[in-house]
Design a binder for this molecule. Sequence first.
Ligand code: UGA
Length: 439
Amino acid sequence: MNITIIGHGYVGLVTACVFAHFGNQVRVLGRTPEKLKKLNAGDPLIYEPGLEEMLQKNLEAKRISFGSDYEVIKDSQIVFIAVGTPPGENGAADLSQVFEVTEKIATHLGDQYTVVACKSTVPVGTNLEIKKILQKKAAQQKFDVASCPEFLREGTGINDTLFPDRVIIGSENKQAAQVLLDLHAPIGGERVVTDLASAELIKYASNSILATKISFANLISFYCEKSGADVEQVLDAVGADNRIGRKFLYPGIGYGGACFPKDVQALAAIGHQLGVNSILLEQVQVINWQAKSNFVDKIIDNFHPPKVTHSGGQGKIAIWGLAFKPNTDDIREAPSRFIIQKLLDQGYELTVYDPEAQGHIKKLFGEQLKYATDPYNAAKEAEALVILTEWDEFKQIDLLKVKKLLKEPVIFDGRNIYELEKMKELGFTYFSVGRKTVK
Ligand code: UGA
């Protein structure tokens, strides 16, 4: 098929590469010439495992190309909208980019039947708005709108797109649904064909229940810290019940990223509009904030540096992990940003390390931080080590070497990556989340 995808962020680019990989002709539209040039040269602009190779293979095979000219739409059977919907006023999704590109699609639809499918996460009713714009401006053209929400996760985006649990298709008629079913034929997973409003809500409901599970896990970790119970054991046993499941039940320093924080907030805003009490979603957000805040308090309360260091600061701390999760360079809503700012406000000297996200943090914090080239360098002479992202390289690190490099063998682990027994054997003072402190 000939497909146009508007937007080349995580969703747009991964989707484009996967559909091109299956032999479709994919044209990706963006608006920034320098970015389009890099994409056409094989640079995905983001770090996502396997994406660069997949992009380059598709470029070599001439199955994918990037541009800004909406003329290509006239030859497309499907046009996907995959632009951002960041939080706007009162937490509601800002739909300006969605409507802006819809206006452009309207003036470029060709003579053939086209399905305009929205992959961006949009509130209930948005696809009907898209349809109204198209009907007004392209009354003569044959088209249908459809909702095709995306469920890929950063860091595992390609695999999630190739092997999803389900493909959701919201449409008002069978023809549009069939075109999308045909396109997804080589992709695994259950098919759910439904109406537009249900498809739109499925996306928000899915992200919000995952975020709710995480906040619940964090809430239980607070109970564990106060009562002496062990959160790993509690949640592992809770999750052993098939009705509950173990996935997304890991406590830590709260969820971040471009999706959960924005979508939980947006679903609460939709609730307000509809007159539905959304207090549950508000509390999910409060607990998420508490998870970060409690962790910072733990560091400040348990860190005993000399009152003032030679440089006038409160002491040296090493930080491992800056991205909002492993295997991505994304720092949008990353807990690290909040934690770093709080520690800087307290006067600590921070040396940070992340295998992928360091450049983005440098743009925000500049010379306020020191940047290490590897985790060992970061740990050198630090009076405590703080772990904020569970990258594999931290899990398998030589902890004895780390202990020798640190000035004090103290670790604050926001992701519970080490066994308590092992840390005791190695002689660390080890603070983690919802577990006993090893001293
Ligand atoms: C999330 C959803 O998982 C995807 O299905 C969805 O498509 C995507 O949002 C989106 O709407 O675009 P993503 O934000 O990439 O994907 O990453 P997740 O793996 O879901 O992690 C989100 C955050 O939750 C991370 O900060 C992670 O550290 C945290 N998390 C996750 C926990 O704190 N505990 C857990 O048990 C799981």
